[in-house]
Design a protein around this ligand. Structure first.
Ligand code: MEV
Length: 440
């Protein structure tokens, strides 16, 4: 039986590795060797990574790929993508090239509003709470003056704070709902600091408010935290072209192709099982850029899916239409991103990714990420409605299978050439590999 460990975080990195390897793996020497293989030889760089989180034992690599030829608002980008799934970068690049010759991506920012809330319990007369809030509002704001000073200088700050009565949903539950403009910062620390100050002021002022009864005075702050639901931090990206320009397509005519694309999106709009997968494909592109640029992909995922369900039913984040012989394909997605603060200046890869993207501000990054998501969805739907997804997927996955089988560079070359003309299923690859080995 494995015993719990006390004081793990106080062990040295070597000791932590030894403990994990000895306690949980069958071949601890091999485990230790693998873990150490991924350490950087550059001591400073390794220390930086060690200090990003608690209990670091090594680094976890993901490939960083580049999807070139993204024409966005007439500017060409090569988009860095960090992702393990084999066909994502290839699909993004292919879609980018396709639209590069058809006017590229046109994008616009719909809003940049961030949200945070102080959640609290109040037992009493809600009309009195409302008058109390109006009275203390100037104090709530003056008490955050030092926190917001720099943000305000740059043109950001607090947009609005309001009291919301949520007691219909949960007895005695109320909140201060706040909206913010955090410019190029994702703004989590800024928002949470403001909220915690609001909470302190609220609690203190309530204790001294003479119109409250004893019970009403005892406001219970439950928590103060930003919301990852940012429906008004929204970007739109669109591609369009005359239907006839959708040529290059397989056995079907441009019009059939356009109509099938519209139908594929229509299915994702009405059928949540399909919508989830459809949006997952979008997030393949979105997350890969978010990761490469040091943003928080969990926050973006949570916000995007909440947006997809905002009308009470989970639906597609993309839309498609054919009107007057023009095919249009677009996305609207909330993306609360930052290009300053957080990892952006700390992580050398993130700094480099932002440099490759020509040092975008947060609004530009929103537009780049939305375009990557739209391209990914276009690529996935294009395959799904024509050849099926497996052809491209297996072509890219082929190397993974060959690596698993332990193929040499020469064998990989031979089999990659072979599978240009043959369908690559897992069993077909294994059979061809074994065949090649026996021939030798
Ligand atoms: C796979 O990672 C993503 C797809 O399933 C997306 C889709 O079905 O639209 C291909």
């Amino acid at each position: 039986m494995i015993k719990p460990i006390e004081g793990f975080s106080k062990l040295s990195k070597e000791e932590k590795i030894k403990w994990v390897a000895n306690t949980y793996t069958n071949n601890s020497e091999e485990t230790i060797e693998i873990l150490k293989k991924y350490w950087s030889n550059d001591k400073k760089l390794q220390q930086l990574h060690d200090e990003f989180i608690e209990n670091t034992i090594t680094n976890f690599y993901l490939p960083l790929g580049i999807a070139p030829n993204f024409l966005i608002n007439n500017k060409l980008y090569a988009i860095p993508m960090a992702i393990e799934e084999s066909s994502v970068v290839a699909a993004a690049s292919k879609a980018a090239k396709f639209w590069q010759n058809r006017g590229g991506f046109k994008t616009s920012i719909i809003g940049t509003e961030k949200v945070g809330q102080v959640h609290f319990m109040y037992h009493g007369d809600t009309a009195k709470l409302s008058s109390f809030f109006t009275k203390i509002k100037p104090k709530l704001l003056s008490n955050v003056a030092s926190i917001i000073k720099n943000m305000e200088k740059r043109g950001g700050g607090i947009n609005n704070i309001e009291l919301r009565d949520k007691s219909v949903d949960l007895p005695n539950y109320h909140q201060i709902h706040c909206t913010f403009e955090t410019l190029d910062a994702m703004g989590a620390n800024f928002i949470n600091s403001c909220l915690e100050s609001f909470a302190d002021t609220l609690k203190e002022e309530a204790l001294n408010y003479s119109n409250f009864t004893e019970r009403e005075r005892r406001i219970e702050i439950v928590m103060s935290i930003l919301s990852n639901n940012t429906p008004n931090c929204l970007v739109r990206a669109e591609v369009s072209c005359p239907v006839d320009d959708l040529k290059e397509h397989h056995d079907i005519s441009p019009l059939e192709f356009a109509e099938k694309m519209v139908r594929a999106v229509a299915i994702a709009k009405v059928e949540p099982y399909r919508a989830v997968t459809h949006n997952k494909g979008i997030m393949n592109g979105v997350d890969a850029v978010i990761l490469a640029t040091g943003n928080d992909f969990r926050a973006i995922e949570a916000g995007a899916h909440a947006y997809a369900a905002k009308d009470g039913k989970y639906t597609s984040l993309t839309h498609a239409s054919i009107e007057n012989n023009i095919f249009r394909f677009w996305i609207e997605i909330p993306l609360a991103l930052g290009t300053v603060g957080g990892l952006t200046s700390l992580h050398p890869m993130v700094r480099m990714a932002l440099e490759i993207l020509q040092r975008p501000n947060a609004k530009e990054l929103m537009q780049i990420v939305a375009s990557a998501g739209l391209a990914q969805n276009f690529g996935a739907l294009r395959s799904l409605i024509t050849t099926g997804i497996q052809q491209g997927h297996m072509k890219m996955h082929l190397l993974n299978i060959l690596n698993q089988l332990g193929a040499t560079t020469a064998e990989k070359k031979t089999l990659t050439t072979y599978f240009k003309k043959h369908t690559a299923t897992h069993s077909a690859v294994v059979a061809a590999f074994e065949n090649l080995r026996t021939q030798k």
